[in-house]
Ligand binder design. Structure first.
Ligand code: HEM
Length: 423
């Protein structure tokens, strides 16, 4: 049997594609043990991934898919205060999933998201101008992250003073791979849940126009949303709303720096931005692995059968680099057409925030290539590192330099003479 290295480790995330290519050709449906110490089946071919994500026999809720004995083996123990987390829509099957998604769907339609364009442009301009003035920045921490963070927190109505705390908490959450990580993350998760409960309480008293206030009203209106579901919803929106887009912007910028011709083309042909963002989504695949699903019966992928009651993971990063579907998948082709990538998933759990992520990226990339001239890495390429994570693929940091904006200077003749200076 083929030996598979830890696919949640930093080393794998640095360059996952050689392993994925080997899996697609030699073991496209394969059982392995993940970094959390538990078994899972990996599905790596585009055709199988696209079908798996739409297959109703693959359930999200392990409690429905597994027998009591299998649950005891597979489902991690969770302290009481964390139980709300599992009530998020991404972990639910219809009809609960359908009900929860319908509550927020309206806020994230392309038409509603388009109304945010001016605000996203203003936030981007401010961040880019600040970076340009200094001529050096960690593009991940100072641009790719604060943009989606500001947008989702403003939508939800989370006060700006609290955003840095959110970053620490969500970072802990997405970095959980092993049981030890889980234990280490407990204090952060506890504070995250406690903070959200307090925020809900405040909204209950004060009301408001933001999304949290609207969800609190839905909860109060009766059976549509329980308090646990409300907390889980906000947690999911905060985490999914920025931990992914940050990686698209940072890894996408790195992909352009690695390929100066594409970077130059991006500058010269701003009209290409829509297909270019789709290509960077495909190429970087910020959600490398779809979240886990469970087989509720035996499920066949060609001649490979995954037995009932198994954990299955569709590898989006592999599907998006499948040479059977994408010509030269390892190259960035900004005008690739067609480009039916699976970066946002497929089926009922298809990314709710896709229109928002697209809008943010379609504004951020042109600003980066236009307003940060002579953009280049500030550290050797080989020193860049990637975060350990099961679902995500993202850099730890991206230090870059650009030509600093000329600082306004008073003409020499107009300056008062400095002490000891001969004019
Ligand atoms: C580049 C940015 C993004 C990428 C690559 C991405 C990717 C994905 C993927 C692959 C899924 C499905 C996971 C699965 O089926 O296991 C998903 C679901 C989801 N995403 Fe995104 N996402 C991004 C941005 C956002 C944003 C900005 C939001 C903010 C609202 C968001 C909210 C969600 C939600 C709520 C779900 C769960 C949907 C459901 O269960 O019905 N995402 N995303």
């Amino acid at each position: 049997m083929m030996s598979i290295p830890d696919i949640s480790g930093a080393q794998h995330k640095a360059n996952p594609h050689p392993l994925y290519a080997r899996l697609r050709s030699e073991a496209p449906v394969v059982r392995t043990v993940l970094g959390d110490g538990k078994p899972a089946w990996l599905v790596t071919r585009y055709s199988d991934v696209a079908v798996a994500l739409k297959d109703p026999r693959l359930g999200k809720d392990p409690l429905r898919a597994l027998s009591a004995e299998e649950q005891a083996r597979q489902v991690p123990w969770m302290p009481g205060f964390l139980r709300p987390m599992s009530k998020n829509m991404l972990d639910q099957d219809p009809p609960d999933h359908t009900r929860l998604r319908a509550l927020v769907h309206q806020v994230f339609t392309p038409r509603r998201v388009e109304e945010l364009r001016g605000r996203v442009e203003a936030i981007t301009e401010r961040l880019v101008a600040r970076a340009r003035a200094r001529g050096a920045l960690d593009l991940l921490e100072e641009l790719a992250l604060p943009l989606p963070m500001a947008v989702i927190c403003e939508l939800l109505g989370i006060p700006e003073a609290d955003w840095p705390r959110f970053r620490t908490w969500t970072n802990r959450l997405t970095g959980i791979v092993t049981k030890v990580d889980m234990v280490r993350a407990m204090p952060s998760l506890y504070m995250f849940v406690r903070y959200l409960r307090a925020l809900m309480e405040r909204r209950r008293r004060t009301g408001g126009e933001d999304l949290i206030a609207a969800l609190v009203r839905a909860e109060e209106a009766g059976s549509r949303l329980s308090e646990d579901e409300l907390i889980a919803m906000v947690m999911l929106l905060v985490v999914a709303g920025h931990e992914t887009t940050v990686n698209l912007i940072a890894s996408g910028t790195l992909a352009l720096l690695d390929d100066p011709e594409s970077l130059d083309r991006m500058r010269r042909e701003p009209g290409l931005i829509k297909p270019a963002v789709e290509e960077l989504l495909r190429f970087t695949s910020p959600v490398d692995l779809a979240t886990e699903r469970y087989t509720t019966e035996d499920v066949a992928f060609g001649e490979h059968v995954v037995p009932r009651g198994q954990r299955l993971i569709a590898v989006l990063g592999s599907a998006n680099h499948d040479e059977q579907v994408f010509a030269s998948p390892g190259r960035v082709t900004l005008d690739r057409d067609p480009n039916r990538h699976l970066a946002f998933g497929n089926g009922v759990h298809y990314c709710l925030g896709a229109p928002l992520a697209r809008l943010e990226a379609q504004i951020a990339f042109p600003a980066i290539v236009r307003d940060l001239p002579e953009l280049r890495l500030a550290v050797p390429r080989s020193s860049l590192t990637w975060k350990p994570s099961l679902p995500l693929r993202g850099l730890t940091r991206l230090p870059v330099r650009c030509a600093a904006a000329p600082v306004y200077s008073v003409p020499r003749a107009a300056r008062p003479p400095e002490a000891g200076t001969q004019l």
